[in-house]
Design a protein around this ligand. Structure first.
Ligand code: GLU
Length: 514
């Protein structure tokens, strides 16, 4: 069977992501944006960003900026939008009032909408009543048949009103969702819904269909929570003689408890995840996995792969469960795969925030110099790069970097005496091992103090000192240098810290052992 979406001719697709700027961009919305973007790229179409800011109280410029910055960071780019304009602009609903007014007038002239003067209290008590008798709360229709004179009188008195759509009674609205197939609603469960607050303030359902039409949108891809809006939009399109676009409602994202994902589940906005140390590649990969799967067994995908492989058939119908561990695992994968230079650069702001280093010009690498705050020592970008290189394998989130590497920036590290002890060796034995290894290190000429030599000399010597058990030397040596239960290996640490510093640290460790 050939589905509608298979008849799409390349270049004809026009999709939009239409956020309301009433909060920062969250994971669910970012996924909607991504699916629209992928669909448009796959079919060589156009991706449009439209800001739906009809709710004046809740819409904020800062949220619009957050949305735009989040999308850009993710690499989701649009060809038409509020910041870049386009043939069918403006792309901010607050700037399109004149367009909506024209359509509101048309519907009024054709008697397809009417002013409703019912007060909030009145509406609420009718709603309560309907619910008490087990009915779905819809508008009573009280103002639907007011005469022209009655309307005029009420308007003259200045009674506040809204505009309602005259929903035809007892009709079926049928539409085909590209994912779910036929969906049927009865107009009796919709009632006369509000389309505008007044003659120039349309609400979402009305503004959205006008914009979808005026912007030549071919496919509306949005969250499943909008399914119940679709019949209202179809009714309005019919009333205006507008051809509806094709609809696809993507499944909800669920929390680990399988209820609809919300802040309650501890999820963050896209930019908060960025701040926490997620890479955009990992977030994109994670978002795609939330409800979409390629034909092959694969779960690591780049944006380019997704653009080529994205298909409606790959979208799952059931809810997708948000799994933070998976997101962290993916992030670790992308950190390991990233060029060292990139991760080292990304690490700097975290090291600065943790007050381990001070960098005057964060944006000017790699020529920058950094000041180690505790020691007052100046280091260059290579120093940071070397540290990151020996930790890159184990970093899962950038924000954990300071904790992993702080011992490179400390004047004095704290060492837990018990941690120095290797297996069942005695304190005295360990002390002796450290004294001996210190001597060996002292005798390595500065000129030969490199990773290769250190490994060679210390591996051989520790075998002798530890009488066949290298651990007796290398374990306390590593702890003496890092103070940590888990850290990079002793040769790596020693090479970066340098001879003088490591001798100092070994001496400190010897002192605490009796
Ligand atoms: N402004 C709506 C929202 O943020 C968009 C719904 C739609 O895509 O039609 O949920």
């Amino acid at each position: 069977m050939i589905e509608d979406f298979q008849l799409i001719s390349p270049g004809k697709v026009r999709v939009r992501y239409a956020p309301s700027p009433t909060g920062p961009l969250h994971i669910g919305s970012a996924r909607t944006a991504l699916f629209n973007f992928l669909f448009s790229q796959k079919y060589k179409g156009t991706f449009i960003l439209r800001i739906e800011d009809t709710d004046k109280e809740r819409s904020k410029k800062e949220y619009e900026e957050d949305i735009i910055n989040s999308l850009k960071w993710l690499g989701i780019i649009w060809q038409e939008g509020p910041d870049i304009g386009g043939k069918y602009g403006p792309y901010r609903q607050s700037e399109r009032v004149d367009i909506y007014k024209k359509y509101i007038k048309k519907l009024l002239d054709e008697d397809k909408i009417y002013p409703c003067f019912c007060s909030k209290d009145e509406l609420e008590s009718f709603r309560q009543y309907q619910m008490s008798i087990g009915k779905a709360p819809i508008y009573s229709g009280k103002c639907r048949n007011l005469s022209k004179e009655e309307v005029k009188k009420k308007m003259e008195k200045g009674i506040p009103f809204v505009l309602r759509f005259k929903t035809p009674l007892n009709e079926k609205i049928v539409f085909k969702d590209l994912l779910r197939g036929k969906i049927i609603f009865s107009t009796d469960e919709i009632g006369d819904f509000v389309i505008a607050k007044d003659f120039e303030t349309p609400l979402y359902n009305f503004a959205a269909i006008i914009d979808d039409y005026e912007m030549r949108i071919s496919h509306v891809i949005r969250g499943e929570d909008h399914i119940s809006n679709t019949p209202k939009q179809i009714l309005l399109q019919k009333a205006l003689g507008i051809e509806p676009p094709l609809y696809l409602h993507i499944p909800l994202i669920l929390g680990p408890d399988r209820s609809k994902l919300s802040k309650r589940h501890g999820t963050k906005s896209v930019l908060e995840y960025k701040k926490e140390g997620f890479l955009s590649e990992a977030v994109i990969n994670f978002l795609a996995l939330l409800g979409w799967h390629p034909k092959e067994e694969k779960e690591i995908f780049s944006l380019n792969y997704l653009i080529n492989e994205f298909s409606i058939e790959g979208i799952q119908k059931g809810g997708a469960v948000f799994n933070k561990e998976k997101m962290i695992w993916l992030n670790g994968y992308y950190i390991r795969k990233s060029p060292l230079e990139k991760i080292a650069n990304l690490a700097i702001p975290y090291l600065v925030d943790a007050k381990l280093i001070k960098a005057e010009k964060i944006d000017d690498f790699p020529s920058n110099e950094f000041l180690i705050l505790e020691t007052g020592k100046k280091v260059n970008f290579d120093f940071i790069k070397n540290i990151i290189s020996i930790h890159q394998e184990r970093i899962k989130i950038l924000s954990e970097i300071p904790n992993l590497v702080d011992y490179f920036f400390k004047q004095k590290i704290t060492i837990d005496k018990d941690l120095l002890i290797w297996k069942d060796a005695s304190e005295l034995e360990i002390k002796d091992c450290l004294i001996k290894v210190k001597k060996i290190i002292e005798n390595i000429p500065e000129i030969n103090f490199n990773r290769e030599n250190l490994e060679k000399i210390l591996s051989e010597e520790s075998l002798k000192i530890g009488k066949g058990d290298r651990g007796k030397v290398l374990w306390p040596l590593r702890v003496a240098l890092s103070g940590k239960k888990a850290s990079a290996g002793p040769f790596d640490i020693a090479t970066i810290l340098g001879k003088e510093e490591i001798l100092k640290r070994i001496e400190e460790a010897i002192k605490i052992l009796s």
